[in-house]
Design a protein around this ligand. Sequence first.
Ligand code: AMP
Ligand code: ZN
Ligand code: ZN
Length: 396
Amino acid sequence: MVARPATDAPVRSRPYVVLISFDGFRHDYLDRYRPPAFASVATRGMRATALIPSFPSKTFPNHYTLATGLSPGHHGIAANAFHDPVRRAWYRVGDSIAVRDARWYGGEPIWVTAERNGVRSAAYFWPGSEAAIGGVRPSRFVAYDGTVPNARRVDAVAGWLRLAPPVRPHLVLLYFSDVDDTTHRHGPDAPNTATAVASVDRALQRLLDSIAVSPLRDSVNVVLVSDHGMTGTPATQVIVVSDLLRGAGVDTTGILFGDNGPAMSLWFGGDSARMHRAKAALTTPHAATYLRRDAPARWRLGDNPRMGDLLVVGELGYTLKRNGTDPDPSAGSHGYDPALPDMRGIFLSAGPGVRPGSHVPAIENVQVYAFLAALLRLDQLPAVDGALGVLQSALR
Ligand code: AMP
Ligand code: ZN
Ligand code: ZN
């Protein structure tokens, strides 16, 4: 539970927050590539050593954790693709009907907290922002289209910050996917990573330049995050789940499988005898297999059935495939145990609410909601999984 005292600051002086996500930006790229716009934010403000994602270290669960302060097991966006045995339905990020269906989304995203407090919000792409969660959408939002050039995203956001005060958003969310796209394709250690980092750095600089010449320049806090990191996933390091099951005499008919990748969930439709035989069959080198209730407590699965009856989680660099004929993994991926350093992302912030020159240790991404709420001076916050903790020392 994160309780904050009521503030009596007049709404007129309420600061602005621009939250920017750089998908797949691993923590070590900051020091390895020294992107100048990112560095300028760290210099003017604060930086955490790393941002520890939540399980599974995938895009949708973690963006929605950043927005709500809840683990995926608690907010219900359990993966990029997952089955709900109660609703007997699938959620998939590519399914625009599911993505816009508020019934999938638990917790209260920061834009809903803001709007509930009479504070306008706007999102240029953010998982969850297209659904009317608790009946509330951001005042402005854009349906996801990954082909929109970064400069156009930035210019739209800059335009929102120049709207007349009654309709100007105080909370703006913005998303860039280049680093994730590139490092999936080429692996995190290829020279292409430098190019992708430079490209999102230019987009960030474009936004910072626009803010610097706007009337709001002294009232805008920027918060830079990523959802997870990335690691190399060689095609030689593959575990074929159906082969292991069939090899042990487990009939796979009717078992539901989550997406191929670093972690895979399986659902057994209540057939617990088969689930236990499958667990034994999937006890294999280079992966750990858990019954949902036996998974590590730090993953905060909350016994949510959307997490799967059984979870198979690869050792770093290993990929789980349902069938041997499925495509080879791409050069890089993420989705592993969030405790692994390669899965860690970034957290930086600068602005009038942030103490310059602070460097805090690694924080968990469930803590970001409390930071955003504090910067925006929002009241009546819901109970969440992460408190401000060391981030308190970065606030002015
Ligand atoms: P992954 O790397 O598999 O966890 O997912 C990253 C992908 O999610 C990106 O390449 C985008 O295609 C997709 N994505 C990111 N944000 C959104 C969104 N708001 N709506 C739909 N798809 C999205
Ligand atoms: Zn991602
Ligand atoms: Zn990705």
